[in-house]
Ligand binder design. Structure first.
Ligand SMILES: Cc1ncc(COP(=O)(O)O)c(C=O)c1O
Length: 481
């Protein structure tokens, strides 16, 4: 008989019954079982896998139940218009970029934006100016950018048409968005927000605020990352000063013409859930998160970061104090220097706890209102029993970096012939593929930037300590011919 490797792999994973401290937000279906309507949907999902038959509207020309559902979405989040996306936040980021900018526009973007943003920048032939992300050297956590770099860049690039912000980052850290938006508006620069990890923001006052309420021009949110919705679902919200007809066109262009009704229904349900239960349930969740954080920190083995750990890391003058905030519904579980975050993630997995991701010194855990106190108990016991000796690893300091000079725009690199050379012989060449050490996941060199003595030494440093460096294979890198 033929094999079913994928099916068997997933079924085995299900049987393991790991505690899901990771996406999706419904936590193994519990988010649907919470309400009578959700239960009915859960029990009928497969039967709900239908096509656009009479009476069930058309996502690409919504006039009936899909339109009504999207209006409810828009009114909950406070947008001018909102869309259901069946191709993830990836399609939302593409739509934001294509409907806001024209070929050749200059934009400001974070150095470690999600790759869907970077791919859209290439395909829309934009001219990016990168803004440096900060690194918190105490915990080796990548932070958003700081105000001083932002003010400098915006001042130097008054002709930029927009800025794309990640809010929050993967670790749940948010920058001072009202400040960024207010400043960008003074320069007539549009603010697009990739809030893939923030679909729950604004549901309760203890959470960071929803970016639309702060005046963002467009916002993308992954429904599946934190809410009870199926994987691959996302929302796109349009704020002020955006041409809706262009958005209509690009949404349709980037979405499948056979949208899954299971996806659509789950998004309608996620909006219903957050609107009806969000405020209370997030209050409860944050209380549990805080309680267990104190307990785990008292073990004196690990440190879960709190708001007090997000003090300004810029070291700059008082004028530019950075106000970072933390999404309290996720943990950045930090190990001391000389221990490994990756090994801790593996240890937790063996103990039936599935974390979201790890880097050299941190494990990120994502909770939702369907995470219960008994799940936290399991985490606590596993951490209490953890033999720290087994997590030992040589400490590799994450180094701050300077952005290299840009000789070509990323889209221009796409049209050029490339060749592979030894990294050590690449000084002065134009890089053809992003070179990104993990951690911190912030590119050292981007396509179109020049390899120089400084960044080559930095890459060699990471390789020496066995850090994974994307874009370097067998000591070789791709350059423009
Ligand atoms: C910040 C950010 N933006 C966009 C995306 C893309 O989301 P999706 O995979 O749902 O398309 C991700 C995915 O992890 C992300 O982390």
């Amino acid at each position: 008989m033929s094999r079913l490797p994928l099916v068997d792999g997933v079924l085995t994973y299900i049987k393991e019954k790991n505690v899901p401290f990771c996406m999706p937000g419904h936590k193994g279906g519990l988010g649907f079982l919470k309400t009578a309507k959700g239960r009915e949907l859960y029990e009928n999902f497969i039967k709900g896998d239908i096509t656009e038959v009479d009476g069930l509207d058309n996502l690409h020309h919504a006039e009936g139940i899909i339109k009504e559902s999207q209006q409810l979405l828009s009114s909950y989040y406070g947008s001018i218009k909102s869309y259901f996306l069946v191709n993830g936040s990836t399609s939302g980021n593409f739509t934001m970029v294509f409907s806001t900018f024209n070929e050749g526009d200059k934009i400001i973007v974070e150095r470690n934006c999600h790759r869907s943003i970077f791919n859209a920048i290439i395909m829309r032939k934009l001219k990016p100016v990168y803004i440096k992300n900060k690194i918190n050297s105490k915990y080796d956590v990548p932070f958003p950018f700081d105000k001083e770099s932002f003010l400098y860049l915006i001042h130097e690039n008054k002709d930029a048409k927009g800025i794309i912000i990640t809010y929050p980052n993967y670790y749940g850290i948010c920058l001072d968005l009202p400040y960024i938006i207010a400043t960008a508006k003074k320069y007539n620069i549009k603010v697009l927000v990739d809030a893939a990890h923030g679909a729950h923001f604004g549901a309760n006052k203890l959470l960071p605020e929803n970016p639309l309420k702060m005046g963002a021009n467009m916002v993308v949110m992954s429904a599946h990352k934190t809410l009870p919705s199926l994987t691959q679902t996302a929302f796109l919200h349009v704020g002020e000063d955006i041409d809706i007809s262009k958005v209509d066109f690009y949404v349709s262009a980037f979405l499948s013409t056979s949208p899954s009704y299971m996806f659509l229904c789950s998004m309608d349900y996620a909006r219903f859930y957050i609107e009806e239960y969000g405020e209370n349930d997030y209050e409860e969740l944050i209380k549990i998160c805080k309680f267990n954080r104190v307990k785990i920190n008292k073990l004196d083995k690990f440190h879960i970061l709190g708001q007090e750990d997000l003090e300004d890391v810029s070291g700059n003058s008082i004028k530019y104090i950075n106000k970072y905030t933390l999404d309290l519904t996720r943990y950045i579980l930090n190990v001391p220097k000389g221990y490994s975050g990756h090994k801790l993630l593996e240890y937790l997995r063996i103990n039936k706890i599935q974390a979201e991701m790890s880097d050299s010194r941190n494990v990120v855990l994502i909770f939702s209102p369907f995470t219960k106190q008994q799940d936290f108990e399991k985490l606590y016991l596993a951490l209490k029993d953890c033999d720290m000796e087994s997590l030992k690893e040589q400490y590799v300091q994450i180094i701050d970096y300077d952005i290299p000079s840009q000789s070509m725009f990323p889209y221009e690199v796409m049209f050029r012939e490339k060749t592979i050379v030894e990294l050590k012989n690449s000084e002065g060449e134009i890089c053809a593929e992003a070179i990104v050490p993990y951690p911190p996941g912030i590119p050292i060199v981007m396509p179109g930037e020049r390899l120089d003595e400084y960044n080559i030494a930095m890459i060699i440093y990471y390789l020496k300590y066995n850090v994974t460096v994307l874009g370097v294979n067998d000591g070789k890198v791709a350059i423009v011919k």
